[in-house]
Design a protein around this ligand. Structure first.
Ligand SMILES: [Zn+2]
Length: 244
């Protein structure tokens, strides 16, 4: 075997060994994301971009489709255009949701890796909840996985998604009442990471969501959001891109 052929052969063998190791490591580190990526090879049924387990009733499938199409209109309205094309994975039981979604049993959650996946729990068939998750997918589509994962603080990610989430208990009136007229709000610097945002009592987490929604609403204009996306994509830090 000549030198060139030997290099190709060695690279091929290295890939054969390395790729399964990476795949197995990914499965152990991110089991839910891995299962979502492999959803086409699962026992889930597929209807367009919607996946559901076999226990799902036809009535539930109809509700899912109708909520997703209504949420798509809201998303197109806010973002100017719907660019993301997530896969929707509906889980009829908590135990299935834990396999694809998360261990906290949220109503829905979004994963991004090799595409975006909105995993919906049985209590997540709701226009506000789906629009919220689709908004996360829209941001990631525009700024990419790296910026979404490493640059965007959790408060901004959630605050922006909350602009498409009209649930009453996150309303500004409610925040005003519980924060002494917006005087006692958590500092945004204390809500940068997922751990900071969610590792708290349910009441505090709700206050975090309300605060994030309120702060992003006061900052937001379509132009500012477009500029922020462009700046992030040009390599700017979030702090500089946000502070326009
Ligand atoms: Zn969210």
């Amino acid at each position: 075997m000549n030198r060139f052929k030997e290099t190709i052969y060695n690279t091929f063998i290295a890939l054969l060994i390395f790729i399964p190791i990476v795949a197995v490591a990914h499965y152990y580190l991110f089991p839910q994301e891995t299962k979502c990526i492999l959803i086409d090879y699962s026992s889930f049924k597929k209807d367009g971009r919607l996946y559901y387990d076999t226990a799902t009733s036809p009535k539930t499938i109809d509700s899912l489709k109708s909520v997703i199409s209504e949420a798509s209109l809201r998303i197109a309205d806010f973002w100017g255009e719907k660019k993301a094309d997530p896969k929707f994975i509906y889980c009829a039981t908590d135990s299935i949701f834990k396999k694809y979604g998360d261990n906290n049993l949220d109503p829905a959650t979004t994963h991004y890796k090799l595409g975006s996946y909105i995993v919906i729990n049985k209590n997540g068939i709701d226009l506000d909840i789906i629009a919220h998750e689709m908004s996360h997918a829209e941001l990631e589509k525009r700024i990419g996985f790296y910026n979404e994962t490493f640059k965007i603080p959790t408060w901004f990610d959630e605050g922006l998604a909350m602009q498409n989430d009209y649930r009453n208990y996150y309303s500004e009136d409610r925040l005003k009442a519980i924060s002494d007229n917006f005087e006692n709000l958590p500092e945004l610097d204390s809500l940068k990471t997922a751990r900071q945002f969610w590792s708290a009592s349910p009441q505090k987490v709700m206050l975090n969501y309300m605060t994030a929604k309120y702060q992003v609403k006061n900052w937001y204009s379509k132009l500012k959001l477009d500029n922020l996306i462009n700046d992030l994509n040009s390599g700017e830090s979030f702090e500089k891109a946000y502070d326009q």
